[in-house]
Design a binder for this molecule. Structure first.
Ligand code: ZN
Length: 279
């Protein structure tokens, strides 16, 4: 069942668990993420960036693939189809017009006022279609470990001015692999949570140890984004398979064990992210 994220977040916030968001890269990723989460009875957010949408072949293809796989695989859990890190209004509109149930407008590269303007425009459009909206304050640099942190008062003003459903603050988290140890500021995270009251999203949760993930959820994180951990599991498996078998040429033989490794990571993450969930 394809749903928006609002109701999932309400229930997660009440019971202090979070909803996992896994990035999808192709058909196999959709299939295995859906199956793994269905086995765990965990709601899931399938996140897809504009670049990945281009790789898939367009918004409509992604939306149809997700809907068809939910039906064909008899998936019983609530599923959110989410546009991740869209930089402009038209990407969000395109996603909404093609059946996405959640969008993230990331105008964090611009000034506060411009961010409010673009985000509000997306919220107004999304409301008509009952689509949830996530936005970001603070920004990530090009490298992991380079970022510009959010500020709790600004976050509060931003949420009140835009009417977004969830906020992705930057609190020392980063995309990709952390070069050194992550620098997550849990005090700032808890302050922002208290100030804004709406669900918080943690980007760049790959590579965080289990305790840090649990602490982030305790501090108010309701959506946990994981991508790199899955890609590393996949790449390590493919690398090993090809090294061990120099004659293999059937892609299914190479890809299926790699997807099983991805599934294992998902099961492990789900256990930490929504252990208190009783669907
Ligand atoms: Zn992100």
């Amino acid at each position: 069942m394809l749903v928006n994220s609002k109701e999932l977040f309400v229930s997660a916030q009440k019971k202090e668990y979070a909803i996992p968001a896994y990035n999808i890269n192709n058909l196999e990723w959709i299939k295995y993420i859906l199956q793994a989460c269905n086995e765990d009875n965990s709601p899931v957010i399938l996140a897809v960036t504009p670049l990945s949408i281009k790789y898939f072949g367009g918004y409509k293809i992604v939306s149809n693939l997700v809907k068809d796989l939910i039906e064909q695989l008899n998936i019983r859990i609530p599923v959110v189809l989410h546009l991740d890190h869209a930089k402009d209004f038209y990407s969000c509109k395109n996603a909404i017009d093609n059946g996405f149930t959640s969008v993230m407008i990331d105008a964090s590269y611009s000034s506060f006022d411009e961010n409010v303007f673009v985000t509000s425009k997306v919220v107004n459009y999304a409301k008509k279609y009952n689509v949830s909206v996530e936005a970001q304050l603070g920004s990530f640099g090009d490298d992991a470990n380079s970022y510009y942190c959010s500020n709790a008062d600004e976050c509060k003003e931003f949420v009140l001015s835009t009417g977004i459903d969830s906020l992705a603050p930057v609190v020392g988290n980063a995309h990709g692999l952390y070069k050194d140890e992550d620098q997550i500021d849990f005090v700032l995270l808890a302050d922002i949570c208290k100030a804004v009251k709406i669900p918080l999203v943690l980007h760049g949760a790959s590579g965080l140890d289990d305790n840090k993930l649990k602490t982030a959820i305790f501090c108010g994180v309701t959506k946990v984004n994981i991508s790199t951990d899955l890609m590393c599991a996949w790449a390590n498996s493919v690398r090993k398979y090809l090294e061990n078998d120099k004659d293999v040429y059937d892609p299914r033989k190479i890809i299926i064990p790699a997807m099983d490794c991805v599934k294992e990571v998902i099961h492990r993450k789900n256990k930490i992210i929504n252990s208190k969930n009783k669907l």
